[in-house]
Design a binder for this molecule. Structure first.
Ligand SMILES: [Fe+2]
Ligand SMILES: [Fe+2]
Length: 201
């Protein structure tokens, strides 16, 4: 049996399916599909060109996709830990899938990502109307604020003023981008553990 090659956006099939609101899922999917022509770099980029941050598995070609998938997974854990509603979880998922879609322009990538999603909504207002204006605004705000303390100056606001959704998106992205938290380092995995006492008698 021949397998059809996977389209780039299909890498996020599981994450898309975790969005319970069908129209919100469609919006996120539409953005991902549009990027296949508008910004294929998103699907090919390493998570960090400088390699200063991010685990090694994310600093390879298309490693940005691993970073995003890890961020969504961490975001879901935080939603569970904080007892957030399904609506909030949908917003967190949508924002995390889309938060780095314009990483080409690192200094302004958060605002560019938010602007890009906003533009798609504005050009298809009837299609996405049922999602609700506030729901979509929360997705865009969380994308724009995902850099937290390092957000673009004109977007920045004090962390204590973040909504829980914004805080979860920022935190999940932060954890996903650090090599020494959120996933074991290979060095740590390979560390020989020598216990001198014999626990099994
Ligand atoms: Fe980012
Ligand atoms: Fe990120």
């Amino acid at each position: 049996m021949e397998c059809a090659p996977m389209k780039p956006h299909e890498i996020f099939t599981d994450e898309l399916e975790s969005i319970s609101d069908p129209k919100a899922r469609e919006l996120v999917r539409d953005v991902l599909v549009n990027l296949e022509t508008a910004n294929l770099y998103f699907y090919k980029a390493p998570a960090s060109r400088s390699r200063s941050f991010h685990p090694p598995c994310c600093n390879v070609q298309s490693g940005l996709l691993r970073h995003v998938k890890r961020a969504v997974s961490i975001g879901h854990h935080l939603c569970t830990a904080y007892g957030m509603s399904q609506r909030e979880r949908d917003i967190v998922t949508a924002a995390l899938i889309l938060h780095d879609i314009w990483k080409n322009d690192f200094q302004r990538h958060a605002s560019r990502a938010g602007d890009y999603v906003f533009e798609i909504i504005i050009n298809n207002t009837d299609k996405y109307a049922s999602i609700g204006a506030e729901f979509m605004a929360e997705i865009i705000r969380a994308i724009r604020l995902h850099m937290g303390r390092w957000a673009e100056p004109e977007l920045r606001k004090p962390i204590p003023d973040y909504s829980l959704v914004e805080l979860v998106v920022y935190t999940a992205d932060y954890i996903s981008s650090r090599n020494d938290i959120g996933m074991p380092q290979q060095d740590t995995c390979d560390l020989p553990i020598e216990i001198e006492c014999d626990l099994v008698k």
